[in-house]
Structure formats: C-alpha cells, structure tokens
Ligand binder design. Structure first.
Ligand code: SAM
Length: 360
C-alpha cells in the first residue's frame, strides 16, 4: 500500500491538507480506476490553460479574473508524465480543454506527445474542446500530430449576440474554425452551445441546421453554476425539456439507446442518421455513469466538475516523486468521488474555480 497525503484545495490559493478517509490505494500500481460505486474511469480531461480568447458571460467575468500564475502551470513534460501513468491505469481518452487549449503555444507538441501513449486497448484517443479561434491555422498540424476528435463551441449565429455574449467580436474566426473542421476528415465533429433564456433560445433549430450543414452534430448544454462571476440563476437556465420541445417543432426526435458514460443524451432527427445531443447536467444528471476525471492546468486532480475537493499533483511532480506516488493520488481522487454532484442540495456550494480554470 502506498501512503500519500492528499492535499485538498477549496479554491486557487487556499490550500488545506486533509488525511485520506478511504483505504482505496490500489493493490498494485496500474490497477483500474474504479470508484466506490463501481464506476470505471476512462476519460481524463486535461486543461492546458485557464486563459481564453473569449469572455463568455456564463464562464468568466469581463475583468478582474485572477489568472493562474505562469509558474504554476504544468509543463508539457509534467502533463505527459501524468497522462502516461493515467493510461497505465486504464484511461483511454484524453480531452484537451481549458480555458482555450489553442492558446497554449506548444499545443501541437502536446498533442503529438500524448497521441503516442499506449492505453489498455492500444493508443489513446485525443480529443479537444475549443472555441475554434485560429483552428483553421492549426488544424492540419493537429491532425498530423494525432488529434482525432473535436468539439467546437458556438452559442449563437448572430454577430451582435456573439459579441455581447463573448465580449469579443470574433464570430468570423469561430466560423472559419468550424469550416476548417468540416472540411477535414475528423468525424464525429460536434458543436456545443449553452442554451440561455432570452439570449439564444430562439436559435436552437437554426444551430442544429448550421451543424448539419457542416457535417457536425449539435450539442446543447444546460447552463451550469460554474461561472467565475457566480452569476448563475436557475431561472435563466433553459432546461432539457424546453430544448427538446423547441427542436420538436422542426424534427421528429427519437432517443438513441446505449448512451453508456456519455454526457449527452442523443436523439435521431427524423429517423437519422443525423442526431442532436442534450447535456442536461442540472435537470437530468448522469453522474451514475460518469467515467471522467479532470486535471487542471495547475496540476490539481478533480473527480467532479462541481466538487471543491482537489488532489494536488504539484508537490509530487516538482519534488521528483515516482510514478507509483502519482498513480496512488489518481486512485485517491477516484476513491473520493461522491455518487453525484448535488447541485439541488440546499448545502451545494458552487466551486470556487470558474469553468475556465477547471476545464470544461
Ligand atoms: N474554450 C473552449 C471552448 O470554448 O469550448 C474549451 C473550454 S470551455 C470551458 C468548454 C465548454 O464548457 C464550452 O462548450 C462552454 O460553452 C462550456 N461551458 C462553460 N461554462 C459553462 C457553464 N457555466 N455551463 C455550461 N457550459 C459551460
């Protein structure tokens, strides 16, 4: 048994150390990442930076954001090290996110080095969630480096709305990124939109049509209490049922069975093969099948988007600890996972970090 103290953080800059309360160290390094509820973890979301080229109102404040110190950002060597250990314990997919992953200057190198890691079933899969800005410029090199799947975020097709929502006039850059992805061979290609009342809820069918025109699948996300400005208001959230009602005005929707651990509930449009997805984290949580872990840009492991507990890899990585210790912390993180996110519990506290610093 490997004994590693777990450092829990309640938010950037507020460290506290607590002992592990669960005897869940693996019997041997490389044991599968199975939690107390039998969920096997296969998906590691890696945030490459907390910085972003947009300032979406539901994610970041316009000004006054406290950025992570550059010295606390994981180097590419450190990311690869954690990824190798995670893959040896059963992680099969790395999703690169942020902040905006394309702001990382060595993004192509990061992809190239992760793509050659062997998981339990062969090479790992490399996916990325991006706002698409400068994707047209990077995409050929990213594909050459081993990128396999893309999710691109676009919440509105209207220039003025886009500028208001993202506080940046960059819709043409996002569209160029989507066009480049559409022209590439990367499939399935997914487009993400957060559905918001009075902002884009009259555009849901247009967004689906736009995705179909680009050979992509539209995903609608319920707005979650993860904005750095703590402005989330349940009454502004467009629910799964409202999204489906809106889409049903244009298409017959047929549920796709076999969701597995996927966040999106999928529906065929008029019998398929085209489909749409809804990620209803708030009104229809899917925690029971969650297989995801997160690594923040500053080296914190998280077992849930909504948790305030973090497992600090930095002291291990920067003090020359061996892979066994890194593996043990991964298992501690999994062992500490709760059955669900408890957004509806009156005692729920929004994570101190904004989504940009967690990694969506
Ligand atoms: N910058 C990249 C992008 O725009 O896709 C990756 C990071 S972003 C945090 C990842 C995803 O999280 C985006 O699709 C974004 O819309 C979504 N997101 C951010 N804040 C959210 C919130 N409060 N509720 C729901 N989704 C959110």
């Amino acid at each position: 048994m490997v004994a590693v103290p777990v450092t829990l953080r309640t938010g950037p800059g507020t460290h506290s150390t607590a002992p592990t309360t669960h005897p869940a160290h693996p019997a041997h390094p490389g044991a599968p990442l199975v939690d107390r509820f039998g969920r096997v973890h296969r998906d590691l979301r890696i945030s490459l930076t907390d910085r972003c080229s947009l300032r979406c109102t539901y994610c970041m404040p316009e000004q006054g954001n406290e950025w992570l110190a550059r010295t606390s950002i994981l180097s590419t060597d450190e990311i690869v090290r954690v990824a190798e250990v995670a893959a040896a314990s059963g992680i099969t997919t790395f999703r690169l996110t942020g902040g905006e992953p394309l702001l990382r200057t060595d993004i192509v190198d990061v992809v190239r080095r992760l793509a050659v890691i062997e998981g339990p079933d062969g090479p790992v899969e490399i996916a990325m969630t991006t706002n698409g800005i400068r994707l047209d410029e990077f995409l050929p090199r990213l594909i050459d480096a081993g990128l396999q799947r893309l999710n691109i975020s676009i919440d509105t097709l209207d220039r003025d709305r886009f500028r208001e929502l993202t506080r940046r006039d960059r819709i043409d850059d996002v569209r160029a990124g989507i066009a480049a992805a559409a022209a590439s061979g990367l499939r399935p290609l997914k487009l993400n939109a957060v559905a918001m009342r009075g902002v884009n809820d009259d555009e849901l069918t247009d967004l689906v049509a736009f995705a179909l025109d680009h050979g992509a699948e539209m995903r609608f996300i319920e707005q979650m209490p993860l904005d750095a400005g703590h402005t989330w208001d349940r009454t502004r959230m467009v629910t799964r049922d409202e999204i489906l009602t809106s889409l049903a005005t244009r298409w017959h929707l047929e549920p796709v069975p076999g969701r597995g651990g996927a966040p999106a509930e999928r529906f065929l449009l008029d019998g398929g093969p085209a489909a749409v997805g809804v990620i209803a984290s708030v009104t229809a949580p899917f925690c029971g099948a969650c297989d995801r872990l997160r690594l923040t840009a500053d080296g914190q492991l998280r077992n849930c988007l909504f948790s305030n507990d973090e497992y600090d890899l930095m002291p291990l990585l920067r003090a020359g600890a061996g892979n066994v210790a890194i593996d043990a912390l991964l298992h501690d993180c999994v062992a500490g996972k709760l059955p669900g996110h408890a957004i509806d519990d009156p005692s729920f506290l929004q994570p101190t970090r904004g989504m940009n610093a967690i990694g969506g």
